[in-house]
Design a binder for this molecule. Structure first.
Ligand code: ZN
Length: 68
């Protein structure tokens, strides 16, 4: 299971079969998924990201580079 923050569902667990791709980035492993509700999204999993960002709605995938 993998925990994500869906804009529609909030914090939620999804199964690995919902993950569509994974690849490493400068900030950590970027995991793309499709939520139970059908919404596609992506999360970057790393301690640095979790420490730097306050709890807030997940940014849209296209906005990840604007955060840094
Ligand atoms: Zn959802």
């Amino acid at each position: 299971m993998f925990d994500i923050t869906c804009d529609h569902c909030g914090r939620i667990l999804i199964g690995l079969d919902r993950i569509t791709s994974m690849h490493p980035t400068d900030e950590g492993l970027r995991v793309a998924y499709v939520c139970w509700c059908g919404r596609a999204g992506a999360e970057v999993t790393s301690r640095a990201r979790r420490a730097r960002l306050a709890p807030a709605p997940a940014p849209a995938p296209d906005h990840e580079h604007a955060i840094a």
